[in-house]
Design a protein around this ligand. Sequence first.
Ligand SMILES: *Cc1c(COP(=O)(O)O)cnc(C)c1O
Ligand SMILES: [Zn+2]
Length: 561
Amino acid sequence: MEKKVFARCLDCAHQDTIDFNQPACSACGSLWREAIYDYPYIRASLLSSLPSRPFNLWRYSELLPTDPPPFSFQMGEGGTPLIHAASLGSMLGMKHIYIKDERQNPTSSFKDRQAAVAIHAFKQSKVNELVCASTGNVAISYSAYAARAGIRLWAFLTSLVPPEKMREVASYGTRVIKVTGTYDQTKQLAAQFALERHIALDLGSKSIACIEAMKTLAFEICEQLALSSLPSFSTMPSLSTPWRAPDWYFQSVSGGMGPLGVIKGFRELFAMSLIQAIPKMGIVQVAGCAPMVHAWHDKKANAIPVTSPQTMIATLATGDPGRTYTELLSQMNGASGGSFCSVTDEEAYRAMHLLAKMEGISVEPAAAVAFAGLFHEVRAGTVKPDDLVVVNCTGHTLPIENHILDTATEQQVEAGVSFSDFGYEEGLLAALNNLNTIRYPRIAIVDDAPNVRRLISRILKSQGNYVLFEAVDGNSAIDLVSREKPDLVILDLMMPDVDGFSVIDQIHAQRETRDIPIIVMTAKDLTIQEKIRLQGQIQSLMRKGNFVSEKLLSEVKALIK
Ligand SMILES: *Cc1c(COP(=O)(O)O)cnc(C)c1O
Ligand SMILES: [Zn+2]
């Protein structure tokens, strides 16, 4: 079946077919678009198709903008459990609190949904280098999926992000740029960097892949609630609306991408008559950075940016939600509404302890914010005792940092590793220029076999900071080398038309390229004549098929000064 999905512009309503290389509306240039599908068509077959599919987010592929990725890319993203929080419920006088345990995603946060779909979409669009800005968890998720997809990633993180998370990001081979500034400044810097270097940029809330990925949370919740044996409710599943929506969806919110995607998911289920009503949204921010909460209380459609966030919870420190807030608010107003509230860092830490002790669920402070917010809204009477509430419980459990603990009996768990061990760059706010002077060795890989090029580039990417170029035949290799003047050429000898010998001759015929070292890879034994031809012309000869990665790497390192 041909996938029927369009990107509809939120500004001029123009519809484009989806092309992930074209993020803007072709009629007016707006970056704000949403995916629309043939809902009646999908509704007609979805329920009968689902039982045979694994419980992960790709089971809803009709409602996603890409086809599912190959199995070799997947890591079990989505399909997380929905857990009944009976103890917490009895403490609050509520029977129906459910925890959507997003910790059980591959890198322990709900950002894995976003990363899986977005990285898969980038990969399908032939992107092999990507920039993202993050308050921590996006960078971790993107790093994991980029590593799987063989995409080189640059992650711009604010210096507030805990060092444990920075180390985790770096451990995937991601280039970490630590920015001394706010998250909003970090985002701007990342965008500028991507623009100057012509590298693809992750667009967050403006990315169709990201929003669509987050939708799957809504789908799973409503499908899971229909299966669970709950006592009778106003919103009982029936033949005409077989799934069950909660009354409330709670989430801690930073930039707002999560709830924006999730409410779209609920709206789609409602449009397809799979649920009876769209849930109310419980949006919780930290008090030290709560632009959405302020705007909501002031009945404003635009949030005033918080320029200096006052919170230890870096994950939630988006000071300027921009249009994401406006879109979220308008969708909530067009549905069942909801509420916005804020909690202090201390309230979040208390909720964190409570959740661990009462439910056996340990979360990072950012995730605990959602629970603290729920406590607030129950006390305020906004959430009613009979309401069915689902809380998005996402996020790592970090090594417990001192400021989180109220007793001083624990020992320090800070590992003795400095940032420079990972090649971090610091203090770049005023100095994007510094970044542009970082120069990584440039290597051209020439081989007509795509799997050989892929293997070599994987090996190099896994172990060092290299800028890689690839050429698929002799002629394009000659062009490439004279244009880019790489620091090293890794060259296949046997190629149709112009072979490796001719490429070597051409490289040596030009003054600007004649000193570039060359590693020759060959699949067969060379004849005497061939050996003579190569004598003195190349720096290293390696046999394809049986070279080990360390040998290649040590040759590369030795030849690049
Ligand atoms: C990203 C994140 C949030 C906030 O996400 P939004 O982009 O605002 O939807 C909340 N908690 C955790 C743990 C997160 O990783
Ligand atoms: Zn438009």
